[in-house]
Write a protein that binds this ligand. Structure first.
Ligand code: F6R
Ligand code: MG
Ligand code: MG
Length: 366
């Protein structure tokens, strides 16, 4: 048995530059400096998508390791200090607790971790999104791992033909269920087609049991009990040799599907695949963005990144996303651009209802 490598992607919005559009370079520099030469990690890559800082870490200490989580927490705290000094917008917004308490889960930052024995060659993709929620990965993950119209490997690669097992989380009732595809496809779609509530957490190779994908499933707004921004999720996917080919993992993003998020976390909009350079959502605070960084792991070292959406092959998806954005924006405050009442992150409904209380006439009594 070779040694096991853990990859942890931990992210937080600790202050926007400008507004909620991007991250100030001083914060990224600070995060990089704190990781440089740190003995806990084998390697690290610091990046951002929109106003979220993403720490991509490799180490040998497994998932849910307190020291790794503490390190990420301390980095976000240090970045918050700079954000406060520069009066950046929403400084410290995702650090919901005053002090670290052993595990970063439930404290605000988003996290996706997987542990595996590195293969002879280990290509991985880290997907990171801004201005949307964890359920945004449901459709692309379904396509990658269960849809033969996207992933021809499911049909013609003997190493993929038996399918994958999906762990789906109910984010409201805090439950999980396993689905085995292709047998359970129709049952699974009943749930994952409702991405505001059900979200794909992990995917496993059916024959080997190997982890294939993991995503962050925090719902910040549910944790905090008040509006603190959308969860801006991350997702790790292992590629090739029994997993989707790199191109099969990227292909779902050639279709900019509608996700919840965008302005004030309260609108549907297209998920636009972009390079890191273009990952600063501005129009109506959006549209929601996704970035894909590819790495080859080499003894835990992150060889890369390759900025995978920095490719003209995704130009049509971006164009379509802009066309969809034009169309949706013309709906203004109307659904289905605006989210249904129970899914909006901001709502004046209680105040307005209270104000108009006496003007509502109960028609059942007249
Ligand atoms: C969405 C987001 C932004 C803000 C908007 C208003 O996830 O972060 O669209 O909701 O800019 O922000 P506040 O309420 O901070 O003025
Ligand atoms: Mg923000
Ligand atoms: Mg964000």
């Amino acid at each position: 048995m070779g040694k096991k490598i853990t990859i942890s992607v931990i992210k937080a919005d600790v202050g926007g530059f400008v507004g909620h559009s991007s991250v100030h370079p001083a914060l990224l520099e600070k995060a990089r400096a704190l990781l440089e030469g740190n003995p806990l990690v084998i390697d690290s890559h610091v990046t951002h998508v929109g106003d979220d800082i993403n720490l991509i870490l490799t180490h040998e200490t497994g998932r849910n390791n307190g020291e790794i989580h503490q390190l990420a927490w301390d980095i976000f705290v240090a970045c918050t200090e700079i954000a406060k000094k520069l009066k950046l917008y929403g400084a410290g917004q995702d650090l919901l607790a005053d002090a670290f308490s052993g595990n970063i889960k439930g404290m605000g930052p988003g996290i996706a971790e997987m542990e595996f024995e590195e293969r002879a060659s280990e290509p991985i993709i880290v997907f990171m999104a801004d201005k949307t929620e964890p359920g945004a990965w449901n459709m692309p993950l379904y396509k990658m791992f269960a849809d033969p119209f996207n992933t021809i490997g499911l049909v013609i690669d003997p190493k993929m033909h038996s399918g994958f097992n999906f762990e789906v989380r109910d984010l409201i009732d805090n439950k999980k269920i396993m689905f085995s595809t292709p047998e359970d496809l129709y049952d699974m779609l009943v749930f994952i087609g409702a991405p505001g509530r059900y979200s794909i957490k992990r995917i496993f190779h059916k024959e080997t049991g190997e982890i294939a994908s993991v995503s962050s499933t925090q719902r910040l707004n549910l944790m905090a009990g008040r509006y603190v921004g959308k969860d801006d999720p991350v997702c790790i996917v292992r590629c090739q040799s029994g997993f989707p080919a790199l191109g099969e993992a990227l292909e779902p993003f050639a279709f900019p599907h509608l996700v919840a998020g965008w302005m004030r976390g309260s609108h549907h909009g297209p998920l636009m695949p972009v390079s890191v350079e273009d990952a600063h959502p501005t129009r109506f605070d959006g549209p929601p963005r996704v970035v894909a960084l590819g790495f080859q792991l080499c003894d835990g070292k992150l060889v890369g990144p390759q900025d995978l959406f920095a490719d003209p092959a995704f130009d049509n998806a971006r164009k379509l996303a802009n066309d969809i954005a034009d169309y949706l924006r013309r709906l203004g405050p109307f659904e289905p651009h605006r989210l249904p009442l129970d899914e909006m992150e901001y709502t004046t409904m209680p105040q307005v209802t209270k104000k108009l209380k006496d003007r509502f006439i109960d028609l059942r009594k007249s």
